[in-house]
Design a protein around this ligand. Structure first.
Ligand SMILES: NC(=O)c1ccc[n+]([C@@H]2O[C@H](COP(=O)([O-])OP(=O)(O)OC[C@H]3O[C@@H](n4cnc5c(N)ncnc54)[C@H](OP(=O)(O)O)[C@@H]3O)[C@@H](O)[C@H]2O)c1
Length: 511
């Protein structure tokens, strides 16, 4: 079947009424310099990538429908004879040449432009029978289609290994698309790659962003607000890979199946608990509000009579996180004392090891100092972090003995992701993975309802963190050195802190 001209689709109405067009998603594999092909073929063999391509373009949520794949004539010809047309999908081949005629082949239609293909798919019968439309290359088609307004999402196999190519596509416009998900790296046939998805968050490019991706912007620009409000147009297999689901599923799991336990805090003295480990990876993602503080090593809290530290000045937490990180082993007196040069500076030691001995298996930051515990208003919850360097990336695994899922954990994830990004930045590494291991993960009874409300909210793309490239000293950072770009959270959900002491700890002494 051939369907090319606008007139045949619109019954001659083209000039007076614009035809509705289908939007689409791009699926492509590209190297870092956006190379996609060589000598009319794919210059790599990546079985997992092919499997992903097949699944994402073939699977539909409605068994009565199928998807369409749009491709250039040369891409069609690059598919081995025995594999084309791609089965289970409507193959739409673009050509400007009248002599190219394969329209008699079942499941194939030919169109003379991208626009006419999208109009065809928006019209009957395809508007009813085709669920999703994917543009699959090659270079000529994607030079037009990749960042075009009808492109809702880009599923890109990001190939890290250098491979020679002769066909290229444009870069993804980061003022319009934000990352949704990126897989752990896969290595096949000595090629390292990730399966990543970027979604459109606004309809048109934001000039200042698209001109210079490295620019450090004021985080309060209008560009933070997404014009696209829902991302459920993504294929389910990608939508549900959003890393926020690691957190949301654990919350759901604890509420449904957790053990009921008594609680130290006294407020709503019942909780549901579980233990858990999860990895948040690729560029490190953020949950909740990200705060940054100097690593001064000071520790403050408002009141702590309940733990027997009545002689402590109001506002003094004792030798908690910051003190242990910068002055481990020093004798703690009060929050005003000058501890310069005292104790062991674990943070500088970590940075020194990452820079000079990155294969070290002892790159550890410990807030747990048993002999000081009795002096602390609250012993450290996130007590231990180990850093790991590989492939130019810095990863962090953090152990948390006790985790308040509603209020604490989103903050803990954001804090350690930020810490890892900061240390990676001063060590000239890229941020890798954040692995969060929790001993006792609990939901307080009075958080169940607000968390159930949160479980109804659909995730949005994470913001992008920019760190001032001039700053290379961990002690030199100020809040203005960090910009979050494209942070568009859902509305606030109120939850009460289980204990005022915890509140004070979070206010005062987290990174
Ligand atoms: N890495 C990946 O994911 C991936 C995906 C697909 C392809 N590839 C690779 O990319 C290479 C092929 O890409 P390519 O850029 O050379 O060719 P292509 O984009 O696949 O096809 C180009 C042809 O499509 C037609 N065409 C282009 N723009 C058109 C438009 N706007 N309207 C109508 N027809 C249009 C023209 O056909 P006529 O000349 O017949 O008019 C043109 O010659 C191969 O190496 C292939 O393996 C890689």
């Amino acid at each position: 079947m051939a369907a090319d001209s606008k007139t045949s689709l619109s019954n001659g109405n083209v000039s007076t009424q614009p035809n509705p067009k289908r939007s689409y998603q791009v699926v492509v594999a590209a190297t870092r310099d956006m190379g996609i092909g060589k000598d009319g073929k794919l210059p790599w063999k990546l079985p997992s990538d092919l499997k992903f391509f097949k699944e994402i373009t073939q699977i539909t949520s409605d068994a009565g429908k199928r998807n369409a794949v749009i491709m250039g004539r040369k891409t069609w010809e690059s598919i081995p004879l025995e594999h084309r047309p791609l089965p289970g999908r409507l193959n739409v081949v673009l050509t400007r040449s009248g002599s190219f005629d394969i329209a008699t082949v079942e499941n194939v239609v030919i169109c003379g432009s991208i626009g006419s293909a999208l109009e065809l798919l928006a019209a009957s019968p395809y508007c009813l029978s085709i669920e999703k439309v994917f543009v699959i290359g090659g270079g000529q088609i994607l030079s037009e289609a990749l960042n075009a307004p009808e492109c809702d999402a880009i599923h890109i196999t990001e190939i890290e290994t250098r491979i020679e190519c002769d066909t290229f596509i444009p870069s993804i416009d980061s003022s319009v698309f934000q990352p949704w998900y990126s897989s752990f790296p896969i290595v096949e046939n000595n090629i390292r790659y990730c399966l990543s998805t970027y979604v459109r968050v606004r309809s048109a490019a934001v000039e200042s962003l698209s001109q210079n991706n490295d620019i450090v912007l004021d985080s309060k620009t209008n560009s933070d607000k997404f014009e696209v409000k829902q991302f459920s147009f993504l294929p389910k297999m990608v939508f549900e890979k959003h890393e926020e689901y690691l957190y949301l599923r654990l919350v759901q799991d604890i509420i449904s199946d957790g053990n009921l336990k008594d609680d130290r805090t006294g407020t709503d003295a019942v909780q549901f608990a579980h233990n858990f480990s999860a990895s948040y990876n690729q560029g490190i993602k953020y949950f909740g509000e990200v705060l940054s503080r100097n690593f001064s090593g000071s520790s403050v809290v408002q009141q702590m009579p309940s733990v027997g530290l009545t002689d402590r000045e109001e506002g003094d937490l004792g030798p908690v996180y910051g003190f242990q990180w910068r002055h481990f082993g020093a004798r703690y007196t009060n929050m005003h004392a000058d501890y310069s040069g005292q104790g062991f500076d674990q943070l500088l030691d970590v940075i020194n090891k990452i820079k000079n001995n990155p294969n070290d298996r002892r790159i550890v930051l410990s807030a747990w100092n048993p002999s000081d515990l009795k002096l602390m208003a609250l012993p450290p919850c996130h007590m231990f972090a180990q850093f790991y360097v590989a492939n130019g990336e810095l990863s962090c695994q953090m152990y948390q003995r006790s985790a308040d899922m509603g209020l604490g954990v989103p903050f803990n994830i954001a804090s350690y992701a930020l810490l890892t990004c900061m240390i990676a930045h001063v060590c000239d590494l890229a941020p890798g993975d954040f692995i969060h291991v929790i001993g006792d993960a609990h939901v307080y009874r009075n958080h169940v309802r607000p968390l159930e409300e949160q479980l109804q909210k659909l995730p949005k793309p994470f913001p992008i963190l920019k760190i001032n490239p001039e700053k290379k000293d961990i002690d030199s950072f100020v809040a203005e050195d960090f910009k979050l770009i494209g942070y568009d959270p859902h509305q606030k959900i109120e939850m009460k802190m289980a204990a005022p002491l915890l509140e004070a700890c979070i206010d005062a002494d987290m990174v």
